[in-house]
Design a binder for this molecule. Structure first.
Ligand code: SAM
Length: 394
């Protein structure tokens, strides 16, 4: 068994929930509760075989990198033992190390690559160094054999680990930026967040419906916009359906899904039928030819992106109505046991916090039960924050 460290991106709580929902047997635990990596590092134990088979980095939206733990050193270890441990790790991987090294956490030791190079030389090894970036994509991992060493210091220990997987940032960027249709004015969900929502809702559903499979799952996004959620759901093998009030968005979503199916060589579904124009207020069984859905994952209209303070009370009144009406209609097209992942808007104004959390009791009475506490997902600098809610539909 080995320990692995999972580095999350900028929605760490959602990322941890995703990791533990998709791989519940792992029981990953947070390693960093505070400091600069607060909530961003989790640890879990498994065999190397299990690690390879799981393909975490391609399956999950919330991961940046994965490191394998080589050694846990005592917090009071001196610089010499630390340097020796790093060198031992490097030469166990390569006889000509090509390496990078970075440290995070409390009480870091003054260790640098020049000292490591010198020690390697003393021990008879030639080495090369490259400047890796902790957050960035490790180009060298893809391009040639290399080792990235990560030292994490917490209150109790120093964790010496090396990089074993890195997100394919080019692929995520391609899905975000290269699709034929986009509409920045409406605000699009980042593909990684869309992936996390679909993964969490889908895993919750599959954990209860033992004879179901990803390919049998029917998912609908009734506010599909440019189709970001539908693309990620298609990528996970689900049957995807979408609706939007706006004809242009429906046309654009169809284009995006066609493009995506081509680019990723996926079986083409009948998007001309499966993505259609509908006001959520008119969503009913007839609109979806009597189909019932297992997952509903959506980012509804969240109000204006930069609302004025004095408009907020009215805006939230309107949104309450929109959301309640939407949930009423969702009941008509959901299977019992369906999971709903939905974004609620939240604005922290000068004198008051505006949110839709008062709807929870009403939704409860309509058969929607919260599965986990809402998780905040805030874009940097955004006036309207997003809260993610997961419901079970009875
Ligand atoms: C925040 S956007 C969704 C963006 C989408 N997640 C994406 O990444 O492209 C909300 C969408 O809801 C649609 N919409 C607004 N009111 C609606 C209604 N009453 N019924 C159906 N769609 C509506 C808008 O046209 C818009 O495309």
């Amino acid at each position: 068994m080995s320990k692995f460290l999972f580095l999350f991106g900028n929605t760490p709580q959602l990322s941890l929930l995703e990791l533990n929902s998709v791989y519940p047997q792992l029981k990953a635990q947070l390693l960093s509760a505070e400091g600069e990596l607060a909530n961003r590092l989790a640890v879990a134990e498994m065999t190397d075989e299990e690690f390879k088979k799981a393909d975490f980095i391609n399956k999950l939206g919330g991961l940046v990198k994965i490191f394998q733990l080589e050694k846990t050193l005592n917090k009071s270890s001196d610089l010499t033992s630390l340097k020796n441990a790093v060198v031992d790790c490097l030469i166990s991987k390569s006889h000509q190390p090509y390496f990078s090294i970075y440290q995070k956490g409390k009480g870091q030791k003054a260790i640098n690559h020049a000292q490591i190079k010198d020690l390697l030389k003393e021990r008879g090894y030639r080495s090369r160094y490259f400047k890796g970036s902790f957050e960035g994509s490790a180009f060298a991992l893809h391009q040639e054999a290399s080792q990235e060493i990560f030292l994490y210091h917490d209150q109790e220990a120093i964790y010496l680990s090396y990089l074993v997987a890195v997100q394919d940032i080019d692929d995520w960027t391609k899905r975000d930026r290269s699709k034929p249709y986009f509409d920045r004015k409406k605000g699009m969900l980042p593909p990684k967040v869309a992936r996390m929502l679909v993964n969490i809702a889908g895993s919750l559903y599959l954990s209860e419906q033992k004879n179901q499979s990803a390919a049998k799952i029917k998912l609908i996004d009734p506010f599909c916009g440019t189709g970001t959620i539908l693309i990620e759901a298609l990528n996970l093998g689900h049957q995807v359906y979408g609706a939007d009030l706006d004809e242009q968005a429906v046309w654009g979503s169809r284009q995006n899904l066609d493009w995506f199916s081509n680019e990723y060589n996926l079986p083409r579904q009948n998007f001309a039928e499966q993505i259609f124009v509908a006001d959520v207020g008119q969503l009913n069984a007839e609109k979806v030819a009597g189909k019932k859905f297992d997952l509903l994952v959506t980012e509804p209209f969240l109000g204006r992106q930069t609302p004025k303070e004095e408009e907020l009370a009215n805006i939230f009144k309107g949104l309450s109505k929109l959301y309640l009406g939407a949930f009423n209609n969702f009941s008509k097209i959901l299977n019992p046991g369906a999971k709903v992942a939905i974004i609620f808007p939240k604005v922290v104004a000068e004198h008051r916090v505006f949110s839709l959390d008062h709807l929870i009791d009403k939704l409860n009475a309509k058969g929607y039960n919260l599965v986990v506490s809402p998780l905040l997902y805030a874009r940097q600098g955004a006036r309207v924050q997003r809260e993610v809610y997961f419901f079970n539909f009875k």
